[in-house]
Design a protein around this ligand. Structure first.
Ligand SMILES: NC(=O)c1ccc[n+]([C@@H]2O[C@H](COP(=O)([O-])OP(=O)(O)OC[C@H]3O[C@@H](n4cnc5c(N)ncnc54)[C@H](O)[C@@H]3O)[C@@H](O)[C@H]2O)c1
Length: 261
């Protein structure tokens, strides 16, 4: 297939946290469908590895950049560099996953300081990325923002499935992800009329070496496959990035094999 026929047609797409579990798959599907994936991550070495792996299959379609989503100067620098190198930015996927070393404790053990710090890093960082790219897109006649939320932004946790494991569903995560679902609507409304779309994806759990006892309990609530693989989210991301979804704005797409029903 000729590049110009592909769905993303040379769009330059920034994926924050591009070196992570989901980010790698997102960068890969962007490159595969004719876009240019900017693997933007605070882990420079990991971002470089991901970009090299993708570029080996799709030449010139992935570049690595260092980014700290909690730092406005870092976001501005990234935007400036990409503009200089590619002359355009079409979309940003707000997908990084910053957390402090105490993230993930049970409710009783979460301190006020840790609660606030994790909200600042994750929710604050997503706000900053959406704000800075939104303003850029308004100036440049349009763009596309996709925020990563979670089913835990829209439903109460099923605490029972974590019994006898060190895992839980962190209280900070519920606050962060529900806010991201709503900020998506806020930003979509705010930038209406500027050819800017803002949507979010809410995945269920993603396979990543979880204990089998936990997985069996989790899978009981799914419709067919059970817990999904990271690459199971690629289609939904591609849909939101492409013109196939051009009239979809301010929406949250849940991808969880029916788990949250
Ligand atoms: N993995 C899941 O089960 C799951 C489920 C639902 C939603 N999500 C959401 O998907 C997104 C990605 O999750 P993941 O599992 O791929 O995470 P991950 O931890 O595998 O990867 C996150 C990446 O973000 C980078 N990062 C951390 N802090 C950063 C910062 N300040 N600036 C830039 N980059 C930073 C890390 O270096 C890492 O490469 C998150 O929003 C997460 O909440 C994940």
């Amino acid at each position: 297939m000729k590049e110009e026929c592909k769905l993303l047609n040379n769009q330059v797409i920034v994926i924050t946290g591009g070196a992570g579990l989901l980010g790698r798959q997102f960068c890969s599907v962007v490159a595969e469908h004719g876009g240019i994936a900017v693997v933007a991550d605070c882990n420079a070495a990991a971002a470089a590895r991901v970009a090299e792996e993708i570029a080996a299959k799709h030449s010139g379609r992935a570049v690595a950049k260092v980014l700290d989503i909690t730092n406005k100067a870092s976001i501005s620098q990234l935007i400036e560099t990409i503009h200089h190198e590619h002359g355009r930015i079409d979309a940003v996927v707000n997908n990084a996953y910053p957390r402090n070393p105490n993230f993930g404790h049970k409710l009783e053990d979460v301190t006020y300081d840790d609660f606030c710090e994790n909200l600042n890093l994750h929710l604050g960082g997503y706000f900053l990325v959406a704000q800075q790219f939104g303003l850029l897109f308004r100036e440049h006649a349009g763009g596309n923002i996709i925020n990563m939320a979670s089913i835990y932004g829209i439903m109460a946790p099923r605490f029972d499935i974590y019994a006898n494991t060190t895992m839980t569903m962190p209280v900070e995560y519920a606050a962060i992800k529900s806010a991201i679902v709503h900020l998506t609507k806020y930003f979509a409304q705010y930038f209406k009329g500027n050819n800017i779309r803002v949507n979010c994806l809410s995945p269920g759990g993603i396979l990543d070496g979880q204990p089998s006892e936990f997985l069996a309990r989790y899978n009981n609530f799914a419709a067919s496959k059970g817990m999904l693989d990271a690459n199971d989210l690629q289609g939904a991301l591609l849909f939101l990035l492409s013109d196939m979804s051009k009239f979809i704005n301010g929406q949250n797409i849940v991808i969880d094999d029916g788990w949250s029903l």
